[in-house]
Design a protein. Sequence first.
Length: 65
Amino acid sequence: MTGETKLSLNPASGAINGTAPGGFNLNGLKILSDGRLQLVDGSIVDKHTHGGVEPGGSNTAPLGG
Protein backbone atom coordinates (compact mmCIF):
# COMPACT_ATOMS: atom_id res chain seq x y z
CA MET A 1 0.00 0.00 0.00
CA THR A 2 1.32 3.38 -0.96
CA GLY A 3 -0.05 6.89 -1.01
CA GLU A 4 -2.02 8.86 1.49
CA THR A 5 -5.66 8.66 2.50
CA LYS A 6 -7.69 11.73 1.51
CA LEU A 7 -11.38 12.62 1.72
CA SER A 8 -12.99 15.73 0.28
CA LEU A 9 -16.61 16.74 0.87
CA ASN A 10 -18.33 19.41 -1.23
CA PRO A 11 -21.58 20.45 0.48
CA ALA A 12 -22.53 22.71 -2.44
CA SER A 13 -22.56 19.89 -5.00
CA GLY A 14 -23.00 16.95 -2.64
CA ALA A 15 -19.88 15.32 -4.11
CA ILE A 16 -17.53 13.12 -2.11
CA ASN A 17 -14.07 12.42 -3.50
CA GLY A 18 -11.34 10.43 -1.91
CA THR A 19 -8.35 8.17 -2.08
CA ALA A 20 -7.97 5.22 0.27
CA PRO A 21 -5.05 2.91 -0.58
CA GLY A 22 -6.35 0.36 1.96
CA GLY A 23 -9.89 0.41 0.57
CA PHE A 24 -13.08 2.12 1.69
CA ASN A 25 -16.02 0.66 3.63
CA LEU A 26 -19.45 2.31 3.58
CA ASN A 27 -22.10 0.38 5.52
CA GLY A 28 -20.49 -2.90 4.47
CA LEU A 29 -20.09 -2.02 0.78
CA LYS A 30 -16.35 -2.00 0.17
CA ILE A 31 -14.46 -0.20 -2.56
CA LEU A 32 -11.23 -2.15 -2.82
CA SER A 33 -7.95 -0.38 -3.54
CA ASP A 34 -8.02 -1.61 -7.17
CA GLY A 35 -11.48 -0.10 -7.74
CA ARG A 36 -13.56 -3.28 -7.55
CA LEU A 37 -16.68 -3.34 -5.38
CA GLN A 38 -17.22 -5.98 -2.71
CA LEU A 39 -20.83 -6.43 -1.64
CA VAL A 40 -21.92 -7.08 1.94
CA ASP A 41 -22.26 -10.81 1.13
CA GLY A 42 -18.58 -10.89 0.08
CA SER A 43 -19.18 -11.20 -3.67
CA ILE A 44 -16.98 -9.08 -5.91
CA VAL A 45 -18.48 -6.88 -8.62
CA ASP A 46 -15.74 -6.87 -11.22
CA LYS A 47 -17.25 -7.78 -14.53
CA HIS A 48 -19.80 -10.25 -15.70
CA THR A 49 -20.68 -11.88 -18.96
CA HIS A 50 -23.80 -13.53 -20.24
CA GLY A 51 -23.70 -16.69 -22.32
CA GLY A 52 -26.58 -17.89 -24.48
CA VAL A 53 -28.30 -14.52 -24.48
CA GLU A 54 -31.36 -14.42 -26.71
CA PRO A 55 -33.38 -11.40 -27.80
CA GLY A 56 -36.61 -10.56 -26.03
CA GLY A 57 -37.69 -9.87 -22.49
CA SER A 58 -35.76 -7.82 -19.98
CA ASN A 59 -36.17 -9.75 -16.74
CA THR A 60 -32.72 -10.17 -15.17
CA ALA A 61 -31.48 -11.50 -11.85
CA PRO A 62 -29.96 -9.05 -9.35
CA LEU A 63 -26.25 -8.30 -9.72
CA GLY A 64 -24.20 -10.53 -7.43
CA GLY A 65 -27.01 -13.09 -7.30
